[in-house]
Design a binder for this molecule. Structure first.
Ligand code: ADP
Ligand code: ZN
Ligand code: ZN
Length: 787
């Protein structure tokens, strides 16, 4: 056999496959991770395909694969196919796409193991100590042993045959196993006569099926009782890959709700799926989408298949994770970047071995290995965090659909505000639309009042909070209910300007105004985190009239404290949520009503289900609306509707106030009426007229350089090459730019963009792939950009 292999490297020139012969003693399949000779070195290779030796005489003999690096960490054929597709579609290297599926991205190490030989040569006491050291650990990294005992000494022992070395993948999975007790059969033969504790344990284990021994000990059963019951044959002790810190005990439980008619209809429609359709689950805020997910997951689990649940940001969506864990116990694994490598490997292995059936995580969790996927759920599927903004610039929904296609299983895109493109596909019949039009328990959607801030100014109210907003907060607090306030800008003052000459303090390396943060009493750049002291005199004209302008969350927090000194206020934004888990802690403390007002950026609008919130205030509804981008309306509508949807989810009805300078704008009006349909129709007409997605696809080149002139040269040349291609090949693509980006410079690098638009960009993609000049430093190619 001959294997086609991709070398695991970021080097662009090594992206093609290389052929190696497969020694008959190695069990190799597509996806195996192997060790191959490459030039003068040994490298890791990933087998992409295998084929029979074609018998044609070759000019040279193929080198053989040396070894299999890891039996467990290999890829499945499905993953290889998905990775190949990612590299084709998103125009990235195959090995970069393959690496998305790896937990440890790269790294070979040499291990030392004791030679199997029975007789060791005569050794000194010190040499014995070294051998003993290795024996106790079964294998040791060669480098660390050399550091401890000296390179010459170790090499000498290898030469004398005491040790052998083996190349393995760094961080190879150390399966941590843990004992579990499993129910086998009832005590019909009276084996447990007079043994009360064991009978109780058997009865318990019968109801739960199986439980980790450590949990049983915590629940008060002694080791002895458990061991003895295991010995009777009524229950059995087996080892499982250990659970990680995030997985709670299987002793938790949760009863499902009785489904509403709409929920039931949704569950039935998707359960019947035989085609592996993509479903847009359009459910208004509070319509009970999570319960639909869990019921569907349950039926997939009963077929022995696995479920993926993607959430926008794990630190802000702890609630959905906890709901799943309460219902499904340790059948759930969590995957996110804050887990240690070991934990992620453990969790990945549990999915691969089929010991867990539900994998929950943010974007990158879609690359977790699986045994057999039966359903992929993407919650808040409209969220922009599903698009990765570094290479490979994939979209998790697209990857999910690719993986699902292999297994023929359905994908659910759940949202109260589906992405315009997804909804369009549902109406076109490419996806299937499933709707939940009502909130559970017939709860009404909140009432929304729009406040025209120009009127407030005319009346002499220059504060951030309108009078109506202050009144609403007063009522809410008096009634001991909770409120959420959204302002999409963090910091205290959003810019600092000289009143005399108009000079604005900007970041030294980015072309943006710096934001004043009161808690650190410094100006901060939100693009590179640089800090600066506030100047006392204007650096430009020397005047003393330096003033703060604009309002961020910090200032609102300050003003709220002044207005409502008795109330408990907590702020949720990038500044307060940056430490590990602190976002989740803030959200949970608010849920427990330890605070009355939750104030923050879009983080407060991320699908949270707080039953005590009756009021929501949106301070600057048009902050995104005025951006010069085709998606400005869509993002604004989503943010406003999602924020409004946090109100009135419990027994009390909700009230929302939106402050705006553009009260008649269709986006504000549709968000006020929480009318997705109407918004969609207006928006899709606009997209069609101006040829934006979903009617046209977009590929964006981002061209950056420290030298502005050189950047323009690169950009213009790329633009010319693309235009030439379009002309010569009568391509339907349209080339726009290069043009200056919204932000001209970030971290000392100037930036411009070049857009390719068209109904079908496959011909252009082929051209881009082959055009060497596009693949240089300072050109980023983004397919389906989210901007
Ligand atoms: P969504 O994600 O659609 O905004 P959630 O899934 O958070 O809504 O559900 C909103 C609330 O309704 C949750 O507190 C949930 O426990 C509750 N809920 C869900 N389904 C039902 C039901 N069938 N009957 C009663 N309450 C329900
Ligand atoms: Zn000045
Ligand atoms: Zn900066």
């Amino acid at each position: 056999m001959i294997a086609e292999i991709i070398i695991n490297t970021t080097a662009k020139r090594l992206q093609q496959t290389f052929s190696y012969s497969v020694p008959p003693e190695l069990q190799i399949h597509p996806g195996s991770r192997v060790l191959v000779p490459f030039g003068a070195r040994h490298e890791e290779g990933i087998v992409v395909s295998l084929h029979e030796n074609d018998e044609e005489p070759r000019a040279f003999t193929l080198k053989p694969i040396l070894d299999i690096l890891s039996l467990q960490a290999g890829f499945q054929e499905e993953m290889i196919q998905t990775a190949l597709w990612i590299s084709q579609y998103y125009l990235c290297n195959v090995s970069d796409a393959l690496r998305l599926f790896m937990i440890e991205k790269k790294g070979l190490i040499n291990q030392i193991r004791i030679t199997a030989a029975n007789t060791l040569p005569p050794l000194t006491a010190e040499e014995y100590a070294i051998i003993d050291y290795v024996r106790k650990r079964s294998s040791v990294e060669k480098k660390s042993l050399e550091r401890k005992y000296g390179t010459t000494r170790i090499n000498e022992l290898v030469a004398r045959g005491c040790f052998h070395t083996k190349t393995v993948l760094k961080n190879q999975i150390a399966d941590k196993m843990e004992p579990w007790l499993y129910f086998s059969k009832d005590d019909t033969k009276g084996i447990l006569i007079n043994r009360k504790r064991q009978k109780a344990l058997l009865a318990y284990i019968k109801t739960v099926g199986s439980a980790p021994v450590s949990d049983l000990i915590k629940a008060g059963y002694s080791r002895e009782i458990i061991r003895q019951l295991g010995g009777t044959g009524l229950a059995e002790i087996k080892s499982k890959i250990s659970r990680t810190e995030n997985m709670v005990s299987s002793l938790h439980s949760d009863t499902p709700w009785e489904l509403t008619n709409e929920q039931l209809a949704a569950v039935q429609t998707i359960r019947k799926d035989t085609k592996g359709n993509t479903y847009v689950l359009h459910g208004v805020t509070g319509s009970g989408k999570t319960e639909v997910y869990m019921r569907l997951a349950e039926s997939v689990l009963s077929q022995g298949k696995q479920v993926f649940v993607l959430v926008p940001e794990i630190a802000l969506t702890g609630q959905i994770v906890r709901r799943f864990i309460r219902r499904f116990g340790d059948d759930v694994v969590i995957m996110h970047s804050q887990l240690s490598k070991g934990e992620r490997q453990n969790n990945g292995l549990r999915m691969l071995n089929g010991e867990s059936h539900i994998c929950i995580g943010a974007r990158s969790a879609i690359f977790t290995a699986a045994q057999c996927i039966g359903l992929i759920i993407i919650d808040e599927a409209h969220d922009t965090s599903y698009k990765q903004d570094e290479s490979p610039r994939y979209h998790a929904v697209a990857v999910a659909r690719k993986r699902a296609a292999y297994y023929g299983c359905p994908v659910i895109l759940g949202s109260a505000t589906p992405a315009i493109s997804d909804y369009y596909k549902a109406l076109q019949g490419d996806y299937v639309l499933v709707e939940l039009k009502e909130r559970v328990m017939h709860r009404p959607l909140p009432a929304v009042t729009v406040i025209d801030m120009r009127d407030e100014l005319a009346r002499g109210n220059y504060r951030v909070l309108s009078d109506a907003m202050v009144d609403l907060l007063k009522e809410t607090l008096a009634a001991k209910q909770q409120a959420i306030i959204l302002l999409n800008r963090r910091g205290f003052a959003t810019f600092v300007m000289c009143r005399k000459c108009g000079y604005v303090v900007k970041c030294d390396t980015c072309d943006v105004a710096m934001v004043y943060h009161k808690n650190i009493n410094h100006l901060k750049c939100h693009y590179c985190d640089a800090e600066k002291v506030v100047p006392e005199i204007c650096p430009s004209c020397g005047s003393k009239y330096i003033k703060f302008f604009g309002t961020g969350t910090e200032k609102v927090e300050y003003q709220l404290h002044e207005l409502f000194p008795e109330s408990r206020i907590i702020r949720l934004d990038q500044d307060t949520a940056s430490r590990k888990n602190s976002g989740d802690r803030i959200i949970e403390a608010f849920r427990r009503h330890e605070y009355d007002i939750l104030l923050g950026t879009q983080m407060v609008a991320k699908g949270h289900d707080f039953s005590g919130v009756s009021a929501v205030g949106i301070l600057s509804a048009d902050s995104l609306l005025n951006l010069p981008a085709y998606w400005a309306g869509e993002r604004t509508f989503q943010l406003l509707t999602q924020a409004a949807g946090r109100a009135g989810r419990g027994d009390i009805s909700g009230h929302v106030i939106m402050q705006t300078y553009a009260p008649d704008h269709y986006v504000i009006q549709c968000a006020k009426n929480q009318n997705y349909q109407e918004f969609y129709e207006k928006e899709i007409a606009f997209r069609k007229e101006l040829m934006y997605p979903p009617f046209h696809h977009i590929i964006r080149f981002i061209i950056t350089d420290e030298n502005e002139e050189f950047m323009w040269k690169k950009g213009n040349e790329a633009g010319q090459a693309l235009r030439q291609f379009v002309k010569n090949h009568h391509s339907t693509a349209e080339i726009i730019g290069p043009y200056v980006d919204i932000i001209k410079k970030i971290r000392n690098k100037y930036r411009i963009s070049l857009l390719i638009k068209g109904t079908d960009l496959n011909d252009v993609k082929q051209f881009i792939r082959d055009e060497q000049s596009f693949w240089q430093i300072g050109i980023v190619i983004d397919v389906d950009p989210s901007f």
